[in-house]
Design a protein around this ligand. Structure first.
Ligand code: AMP
Length: 435
């Protein structure tokens, strides 16, 4: 469907076309007319489907019908689970609304509150916020939400996973009862159904893919590998296959820091983003990754949602997530907006239970990839003092890995393929390189 058919004003059409969009995505074609009609909407949309524009464009359209300047309270409130997502959604609103005269503010923690207070005083039309900092403003009475006409809960499933349900309910108490509600979620478990029932009134459901489906066009592969070989295999793949912009997910903040320093030492420029990093450090890391100064960005799941990254070559699950839905969000970072992408999971014996659950959720088994030319690396006290004494802890296969150069047998799902499959350039290898 063309954007011109959606009834948007010329300023919005200009902004959309300046971003190079020619046609509305399915979620946009379904959600925009419903939102313009004033309906509550429950959007089941996986990441990368264009869902931000699906709510931002009609909100901008509706609010721009009545504008005023000077001190005024926000009329639309968008709540997101993470700072990064708030940042990106706020920027999208600004970009789509660049030919309109609406003021948009992004509110999240980790940065000074006073500039936010000053901006709010000047008058704001749209607030994009994470729950915590918004509650700070509400408690300090530096924001007044009594004029909010439209509420958006973006990545609602993630907000529930992150334990924000109480905060959301507290925030909703500050909103007028009469308002339009839009809720977006990639997955649709019982908790989300309950939340939707409590907030939405007679919603129009718009859903663009099978629920719990991973981003289409993402090629998924697993490599079975001993835990203490994961980083060596990862470095080998990045170098051997010239992965140029890799987003790597790990389960813990400590794990993110450790892997980042190991990759850097191995000549792969890398940075970490996770919850213990300041907002400034996270923004810096993201920027240098997007500029190409960093080849790899190592992230915990805080970065899994909403981050918009153009041109990722690969997403790697260094550890599989223990919440299966997170797998879908993680791999959704690649293959966005119709482009193809590759998601690789490194599966040690620890991860196998998670792999089983993920494959059950996806209702398919993920094929095993081929690796050529990888030789396991065994640490010796001389070549790696830092891992001395850590071997048994790192090798969670139940067997102790001694510091010898004896080859270790890798367990493979497909036994006939051996540790990493047949040797030269299998079809996976070719596909990986051409994508
Ligand atoms: P989102 O799902 O909102 O995070 O959007 C994912 C990506 O799709 C972003 O890079 C958007 O800029 C892009 N996008 C959104 N709408 C369209 C469209 N109609 N045509 C092409 N790309 C789009």
């Amino acid at each position: 469907m063309k954007f011109e058919e959606l009834g948007l004003k010329p300023g919005l059409l200009r902004a959309v076309s300046s971003r190079g969009y020619t046609k509305a995505t399915p979620i946009q074609a379904q959600a925009i007319p419903a939102i313009l009609k004033g309906k509550d909407v429950l959007g089941g949309a996986q990441t990368g489907t264009g869902k931000t524009a699906a709510f931002a464009l009609p909100i901008l359209e509706k609010l721009s019908e009545k504008t005023s300047k000077g001190a005024r309270n926000p009329r639309a409130l968008v709540i997101t689970p993470t700072r990064e997502l708030a940042d990106q959604v706020g920027e999208s609103f600004r970009d789509y609304g660049k030919y309109l005269s609406l003021d948009i503010i992004k509110i999240y923690g980790g940065v000074k509150i006073n500039p936010q207070i000053a901006n709010l005083r000047n008058g704001i039309d749209i607030v994009v916020s994470t729950p915590g900092r918004l509650l700070d403003h509400l408690q300090q009475k530096t924001i007044n939400l009594s004029n909010v006409e439209i509420l958006v809960l973006d990545e609602a499933d993630r907000m529930l996973d992150m334990g924000f349900i109480k905060d959301i309910n507290k925030i909703i108490d500050f909103l007028p009862k009469q308002r339009q509600n839009l809720m977006f979620s990639a997955t649709y478990g019982n908790d989300i159904k309950k939340l939707a029932k409590g907030i939405l009134r007679d919603p129009v459901s718009v859903e663009v893919t099978k629920r719990n489906a991973p981003a289409e066009k993402v090629e998924q592969l697993v490599h079975f590998v001993e835990k203490n070989q994961k980083r060596h295999l990862l470095a080998h793949l990045i170098k051997d296959e010239s992965w140029y912009r890799v987003l790597i997910f790990v389960r813990t903040k400590h794990g993110a820091n450790r892997l980042t320093s190991q990759l850097n030492k191995g000549g792969i420029p890398s940075a970490a983003i996770h919850g213990n990093k300041s907002q400034a450090a996270r923004v810096r890391a993201l920027k240098s990754f997007m500029k190409g100064d960093m080849q790899a960005l190592v992230a915990t799941d805080v970065a899994a949602r909403g981050l918009h990254m153009e041109g990722l070559s690969h997403v790697v699950n260094f550890d599989l997530p223990n919440i299966s839905e997170d797998y879908i969000h993680r791999i959704g970072r690649t293959g966005r907006a119709g482009k193809s992408g590759i998601a690789i999971s490194l599966v040690s014996s620890d991860d196998k239970q998670y792999l089983k659950r993920i494959e059950k959720l996806l209702n398919t088994s993920i094929p095993e990839g081929n690796v050529t030319g990888f030789k396991p690396v065994f640490e010796t006290p001389a070549n790696n003092k830092s891992t001395k004494g850590n071997q048994n802890r790192e090798n969670q296969t139940g067997k102790s890995t001694k510091n010898t150069n004896r080859p270790v047998k890798f367990k493979s799902k497909n036994k006939s393929m051996g540790a990493f499959g047949p040797k030269p350039s299998g079809p996976n290898k070719r596909r990986r390189q051409s994508a």
